[in-house]
Design a protein around this ligand. Sequence first.
Ligand code: URA
Length: 245
Amino acid sequence: MRLDKFLGDHNIGTRKQIKEYVKNGRCSINGSVATKPDVHIDENSDEICFDGKVLSFSKFHYYMLYKPQGVVSATTDGKNTTVLDLLADENVRGLSPCGRLDIDTEGLLLLTDDGELIHRLLSPKKHVDKIYEVHLRDEISDEAISALTKGIDIGDKDKDGEPLLTLPARVEKKGSDEEGKPVIHLIIHEGRFHQVKRMLEAAGNEVLFLKRLSMGSLELDDSLNPGEYRPLTDNELKLLGVNEN
Ligand code: URA
């Protein structure tokens, strides 16, 4: 297989980064510095090192994307750009977004082919924390904070037809944005359809801008610009409980 494909499979970097890394002499094949990213290697017998560390095989791929507005959290779409289109330089076969952000929502999105991790992060039983930055039409009232904190009726029903309140959420006031609109962080533990917008609407307010900052231990890298992505680091994988090898 090609060296750049092998390095990509090991989550070393994006295609573009890998080209640069090889050019900078950071990769060796059987002790000799590799010079060409497209050189063919034998992944079963050659010893490939990156920054002096022997690479062991990783079955799955993990990318953090800063999803921009105007892009859909789907793998295919006849009309709109998808989050997979943004990773067009990579081998995206088998990758799926871990959960959905609305087309007008931006922020952290994990893309992976590790179905077990997706299940663990999205399972309603696991109550994984998600932190959203929310810009609001109106200042948030104490009553609204109290309702969101206790659990609020957003119109969903349980199996007996009774209102299915949201799980208790946390609200942190964060001042205001450049236009003077109030900003809060809302921390929720579920992923219902349009949940944040519906919660704020039920509390008598309106979401003007929404950005996901984190999901469980995974935080949006603030060096990424909207539309940019990078592989997860070893430390991020460890914190997510992903057992490499
Ligand atoms: N809640 C919403 O309303 N929209 C999102 O995209 C994510 C959470």
